[in-house]
Design a protein around this ligand. Sequence first.
Ligand SMILES: [Mg+2]
Length: 258
Amino acid sequence: MNVARTVLPAEALRAIGDLAAAEILLVASDFDGTMAQIVPVPADARPEPESVAALRDLAAQPHTDTAVISGRALDVLRELTGLYGTTNLVGSHGLEFESGLESTLSATDTERLAHINRAADLVANAHHGVEVERKPVSTAIHYRHATDSNIAAILTDIEAGPASIEGVHVTEGKKVVEVAAVHTGKGAALDQLRDRLGATVVVFLGDDVTDEDAFARLRGRDVGVKVGPGPTCATLRIADTAAVAQFLTALADARRVR
Ligand SMILES: [Mg+2]
C-alpha cells in the first residue's frame, strides 16, 4: 500500500527503461515478502493489488511473459495470487510447475518425504510455536510463533532430525526451514522458464535467501531486484512490497508505450 509515497531509486528507473525495450521479456517474482507483505499467519498473506494488476497487464502485452516462483505449494499460490491462467506459477521452490514439467517423486523420494514428515512432527511436538507444512515434495517447518529463547533449541532439533536425513536438501528462510526430498531451487526453475518461453531478457524480484539461487542465474541484460535488507548478488535493491508494486507498474507502463 501507499505506493505513491514510495520513491524508486534512480538506478531502478533506468533498469525499467532498459527492460521495457527487451525483445522478449520474462518478468518473474517471488511471492512472500515481495508481492505480499510477510504476515504472522502465512495463510493470511495477500499480494499488493497493484503488483497483481501489473503482472496481468504485462502478461497481456506482446512478447512479454510473467511468472511467480515461490516456496509455497502450487495450489496455495494459485489461490493467494489469483493469477492462475495468465501468469506462469511455480511452487515449492521450482518443483511444482503448472504445465506438467514438474518432477515426479520416485519411490525412494516418497519414502524420504514420509521420513522427513515424521521427523518434522517430532520437532513440532517437542516445542511450542512450531508448525509443520506438508507440501508435495518438501516439508516446511515454521517457527514464527516460537519465543526467541527457544529458537536455538528448535534449530538444533531440526538439524539433528529432519535435516539430517540422507539425501534431503535443506533451505533456510525467514523463520522457516524447508526440508526437501529432492533438490529444489528457484534458479533451475527460472532457467527452465527462460528456455521454454524464449525470453531474451529476464527480471527477477525477491526478498529472501532462497531467491539468491535465482539471482545467481541471471546474465547479460537480465536484472535482479533484491527487496529489503540483507546480502545479495542482485544488481538492484528496492525497499519493500510497495516499491515492488511501483516497480512492476512502472515496467508495465513503460513496456506498453515502448
Ligand atoms: Mg520471499
